[in-house]
Write a protein that binds this ligand. Structure first.
Ligand code: BES
Ligand code: ZN
Length: 443
């Protein structure tokens, strides 16, 4: 099977982790991935969990070589809204050298680039230059609820010197990018309730508080006029940006006009005193991810809804801690609604932010591998706005740093309709895997 065929096969599994209706597809994808790794000459096990399976593969470990844990996720986000896809999300399509499918970039394209790199080295040499543990999970997109406990219970067999992941971005096509920090996240949903049932808005409107109005008022208070989040103590632990990173980011080929183009937004916006990249990579946020209540159908319906809800996510930066912040967030939401409505806060998943020293021994080796892969160009050193919560657990439980060697392009449409991955990046990822293991072996 050619590398491309293996990726196409992987993409045909609708391994949507959040939707229990897809559990069989997630399982089938894990089984297929395990056989791919086994056929590559790696000893491979599928570990069932309370949720989706974890696939672990390894070569024969020998003394005197570093142990590298290569992580990826084979689960994907839901494909909705389906109507906006130009072709079915789980029937991969190639057009002008670009592959379109859910998971093409996040994370199957990047994962299968590494898996194929491993297979090529195993075929050519019968072994890899390092002791390798490949760990691929099926729950990253839902916050990795079972992987942390798995790391704890398999601490000894997963002991390693360093971790490598391709699940982040490149600042522009052809620009090798080394990521040394990720934002953390904490999610919650709030439900605002008023009257016991929906009411006639003419008979009762004006004398009874409207939960949708009160929720809108609450959301409108979340930021001040400078774009700062008004929750008490929210910024206390935020690590200030360093001068070198502000300078380095200002020189990147990802400027405001490019961000406007990528997002299609009429104008940019954010916290006063920071550039767009600083807002994205180095500052925390509060976002409404979903909002609802009242009549959503065609035409009008004069109703005063009995409930309204909002789904929030807060992106966090070093050294903020979701465990400290969630109670503050809940308290703020509770206290800023009037007594005319009731509010319930349902906490969701969370993950810690991450930062490492890009100039560490393994950090430099990874940058050398990126340089070799991308025509000798020096890698951009960035942080990312997205979250991979397990990265901090790797540090806390296994004691190892994570090298984030992303291959996602800014316009990859991750989590959105028409997600895509250039075949050139798939090819680069296979080379990157080979260079990476060689440089890490020599580090
Ligand atoms: N690959 C992304 C994380 C990412 C995206 C890092 C862009 C850097 C740049 C990952 O699969 C993801 O989407 N993670 C979720 C985690 C969440 C569900 C806990 C995220 O960031 O929303
Ligand atoms: Zn994702």
């Amino acid at each position: 099977m050619s590398p491309l065929d293996s990726l196409l096969t992987c993409l045909r599994f609708a391994s949507v982790s959040t939707d229990s209706a897809h559990a069989g597809e997630v399982r089938a994808c894990a089984d297929w991935l395990a056989s791919f790794l086994r056929e590559s000459g790696l000893a491979t096990t599928i570990h069932p969990t309370a949720g989706h399976p974890i696939v672990v593969a390894r070569n024969t470990h020998r003394a005197g070589r570093p142990t590298v844990l290569l992580y990826g996720h084979y689960d994907v986000q839901p494909a909705d809204p389906l109507a906006l896809w130009h072709s079915p999300p789980f029937e991969p399509r190639i057009e002008n050298g670009i592959l379109y499918a859910r998971g093409a970039t996040d994370n199957k394209g990047q994962l299968m680039a590494h898996a194929n790199g491993l297979r090529q080295t195993m075929t050519a040499h019968g072994d890899l230059p390092v002791n390798l543990i490949a760990l691929f999970e099926g729950e990253e997109e839902i916050g990795s609820p079972n992987l942390g406990p798995f790391l704890q219970s398999h601490r000894e067999s997963l002991a390693c010197d360093v971790i490598a992941i391709s699940d982040t971005g490149m600042v522009a096509p052809g620009v090798p990018t080394f990521t040394y920090g990720l934002r953390g996240i904490t999610c919650c949903e709030i439900e605002v309730t008023g009257p016991a049932t929906d009411l006639h808005s003419g008979i009762f409107g004006g004398a009874v508080a409207n939960p949708a109005t009160e929720l809108a008022r609450l959301i409108a208070q979340l930021h001040d006029s400078e774009g700062r989040i008004r929750i008490d103590g929210f910024y206390d632990a935020v690590r200030p940006l360093e001068a070198w990173e502000r300078e380095a980011w200002a020189r990147l080929p990802l400027d405001d006009p490019e961000i406007l183009r990528l997002t299609g937004s009429p104008a940019l916006h954010g916290e006063a005193g920071f550039s767009s990249l600083e807002r994205l990579w180095g500052r925390p946020t509060a976002e409404v991810n979903g909002l609802g209540g009242g009549y959503q159908g065609e035409g009008s319906k004069t109703v005063l809804p009995s409930r309204a809800f909002a789904k929030f996510s807060f992106r966090l930066v070093p050294d903020q801690n979701p465990d400290d912040l969630l109670p503050r967030i809940e308290a703020w939401l509770q206290h800023h609604l009037p007594a005319t409505v009731k509010v319930t806060v349902h906490p969701g998943h969370s993950g810690q932010p991450y930062a490492m020293d890009p100039h560490s021994r393994f950090g430099r080796a990874a940058q050398a591998a990126l340089r070799d892969t991308f025509n000798g160009r020096d890698p951009a050193l960035i942080r990312e706005g997205g979250s991979i919560p397990i990265v901090r657990s790797f540090k806390d439980i296994l004691g190892a740093d994570t090298l984030l060697l992303g291959l996602a392009l800014p316009d990859c449409q991750a989590h959105a309709p028409n997600e895509n991955f250039p075949l050139a990046n798939f090819e680069a990822g296979q080379q990157l895997n080979r260079h990476l293991l060689e440089h890490l072996a020599a580090a």
